[in-house]
Design a binder for this molecule. Structure first.
Ligand code: NAP
Length: 333
């Protein structure tokens, strides 16, 4: 394996945005390791994706205890790549992990107890060969644990040096507001709510999430911005390509790719083409038009996909009213 030499021009084109009112900045595009970095993924493909990202100014890599498959495998893989290729660049990286979804057997393997969060963070640090993570998230709200306990556990991770900042994920505005109030009282540096948001999934708008938490100093990072691949050119002909997500996970199912969905995707693609973009590029640009969004968190199963998506950042043409109305007409049903 050739020794990695980082691209000298890696910071020349990327734009970095602030996370809420914190001092932390993230690249407009971040890379997540949910389903493409598990134990069955190819070593050379994973390495290429990660290093291509870093070479293009993507400094933020997002993980969670349960990413794989199997759970834990993505953190182990990240740890190997980090030790081999990125160790000397640790201070250039923002690495996040999370706890909250089912990770190990018994009552402490999931949700939001102090016991789960602190043990899970310790496990993640070991798997990734890190001394600390930059952001540690609570992955989902827990209806059976006092939110003060969960936030207290996150604050403990910061005071014990295991995390620099904390975040929440999949929190609705009312829960997020409570979390922010507690974190503020605890003096704990909070940065982000990580939420699912794309042209095809607009709950963030319906629930006024950004309007609710941005004024309180918390930023928003959007996951599944391409609706797990629907908002790309891969399903435009109505078939499911070999190796694509519906062929190996249950998170995007073949039954979701109906003729009606494909028809919508084709019409969205026509708008993208009129903007000189591919569908995935337009989907990314559409989220970034809101300057309060700190970063768009994509997944990629190849270097080529990542490179195509990075080009979204080159097209700074704003959306005109006609394009926005047409996108709304096609997607808000
Ligand atoms: N907090 C949470 O609860 C939560 C939940 C989910 C995700 N996340 C985070 O968000 C990250 C991104 O989520 P996601 O993977 O669902 O995001 P996504 O960007 O919506 O989907 C990624 C998938 O889209 C396809 N794709 C991407 N670029 C493409 C291109 N140019 N052409 C064709 N296909 C393309 C690939 O599918 P194929 O694999 O089929 O090639 C890729 O695996 C995750 O890795 C994770 O870090 C967080």
């Amino acid at each position: 394996m050739k020794n990695y030499q980082a691209n000298d021009t890696r910071y020349s084109t990327m734009t970095y945005r602030k996370c809420g009112t914190s001092g932390l900045k993230l690249p407009e595009l971040s890379l997540g390791m949910w389903l493409n970095f598990g134990s069955e993924a190819q070593d050379d493909v994973c390495r290429e994706i990660l290093l291509t990202a870093f070479d293009n100014g993507i400094t933020h890599f997002d993980l969670a205890n349960n990413y794989g498959p199997p759970p834990g495998a993505a953190e182990i893989r990240f740890g190997q790549l980090f030790r081999n290729d990125l160790y000397n660049h640790r201070d250039e990286l923002v690495i996040s992990s999370k706890a909250g979804y089912s990770m190990w057997a018994g009552p402490y393997g999931e949700w939001g107890s102090r016991k789960h969060i602190i043990a899970s963070c310790d496990q993640s640090l070991k798997r990734m060969s890190l001394e600390y993570v930059d952001i540690f998230y609570h992955h989902r709200p827990d209806p059976n644990t006092p939110i003060a306990e969960t936030m207290g556990a996150l604050a403990h991770l910061v005071s014990s040096g295991k995390a620099l900042y904390v975040g929440i994920s999949n929190y609705h505005p009312t829960e997020a507001i409570k979390a922010i109030q507690i974190l503020r009282e605890l003096g704990c540096p909070f940065v982000l709510d990580q939420v699912r948001y794309s042209m095809l999934d607009r709950w963030v708008e319906r629930e006024a999430l950004v309007d609710s938490i941005y004024p309180l100093g918390m930023g928003v990072i959007c996951f599944s911005p391409l609706a797990q691949g629907l908002l790309t050119n891969k399903y435009l002909n109505g078939t499911v390509p070999e190796g694509s997500r519906p062929t190996h996970t249950q998170f995007l199912r073949k039954e979701q790719i109906t003729p009606e969905v494909v028809n919508t995707l084709r019409q969205l693609d026509a708008i993208a083409e009129s903007r000189g973009q591919t569908l995935s590029q337009m989907a990314i640009s559409w989220l970034l038009k809101d300057e309060r969004i700190s970063s768009v968190l994509i997944g990629a199963s190849s270097k080529e996909q990542l490179i195509e998506n990075l080009k979204a950042l080159e097209n700074r043409e704003s959306f005109n009213d006609g394009q926005l109305q047409e996108i709304d007409r096609l997607t808000l049903q």
